[in-house]
Design a protein. Structure first.
Length: 277
């Protein structure tokens, strides 16, 4: 291939030249025409030093290999080699697409959505859904759409009460802490919380009855009381104890809520172990 734009192989020469042209074209677009030839020849000398096993791919180099060669240093996750990041996107394209969507959503939130009433809270809920989707795709696990709905609503439930706690604590200075808070009032947030609380419980109930990967006898409905108690306990802490500004602290510090979560986990695990085929 050296200087000729194609791999030297015994057959499929036309396809090999096409692959070489593909790599050369993208090297040129990335590094300029003046450097493309030298980089292309260097790549060939490196690849030629390896023995490729018999393969149906072009010249032992698949389109995936060509993409890795060409764009390997263009995509990189924090603390991870660039090739590993790009390879992960190619192996799990759904995960890559969801993570890309999550990045776009977070950038939109940072620069735009956090200043838009209602969207500032809904964007956070959408972020939790995208993270759940990425996890499901990564382990190739089927997930009921209702579980995504529950995830979004639960996140929205926490965000609404966080906004309410900030309004109550900061009173007239809430807008200085977070300008979007000027668009809300405790009464409005309480109405939103009522709607979201009921929707969360109903959605979870529908999840326990309709999810394909749960027991067919609907035994997972036994976990519904724990979800109801958790929602009511959180409402009690927000309205009677003035908490809610730090959801993570509540979840880690409130013993009745921790016990409730533990009982939910034990019950769910028992139902799955006993009844699922």
């Amino acid at each position: 291939m050296h200087g000729s734009g194609h791999w030297h192989t015994s057959d499929d020469g036309l396809e090999h030249r096409h692959l070489g042209g593909f790599i050369r074209q993208h090297l040129s677009s990335l590094y300029g025409a003046a450097r493309a030839d030298a980089l292309y020849d260097r790549l060939y000398s490196i690849i030629a030093g390896y023995h490729f096993p018999p393969s149906t791919s072009v010249g032992g180099v698949s389109q995936r290999d060509a993409i890795l060669i060409t764009y390997g240093d263009q995509v990189r996750a924090p603390n991870e080699p660039p090739l590993r990041t790009l390879a992960g996107f190619l192996v799990h394209p759904n995960v890559g697409a969801v993570l890309a969507g999550y990045i776009v959503l977070m950038l939109s939130y940072t620069f735009v959505l956090k200043h838009v009433v209602l969207m500032d809270m809904m964007a956070i809920g959408a972020g939790f859904v995208l993270r759940a989707m990425a996890g499901a795709f990564a382990i190739d696990a089927p997930v009921s759409p209702w579980l995504y709905v529950v995830t979004a609503l639960a996140a929205l439930f926490l965000v609404i009460h966080k906004r309410r706690a900030e309004l109550t604590l900061l009173e007239g200075g809430a807008g200085n802490h977070r300008p979007i808070l000027d668009e809300y009032s405790p009464g409005l947030l309480d109405q939103m919380a009522s709607l979201v609380t009921a929707s969360t419980l109903i959605s979870y109930g529908l999840y326990t009855f309709t999810a394909e990967n749960l027991p067919e006898n609907n035994a997972m409905m036994l976990t519904i009381p724990f979800v109801l108690y958790g929602l009511l306990r959180y409402l009690y802490l927000v309205h009677q104890k003035g908490e809610g500004g730090s959801p993570e602290e509540i979840l880690l510090r409130d013993w009745p809520l921790l016990i409730d979560i533990l009982l939910w986990v034990v019950t769910a695990a028992t139902v799955l172990a006993v009844y699922r085929d």
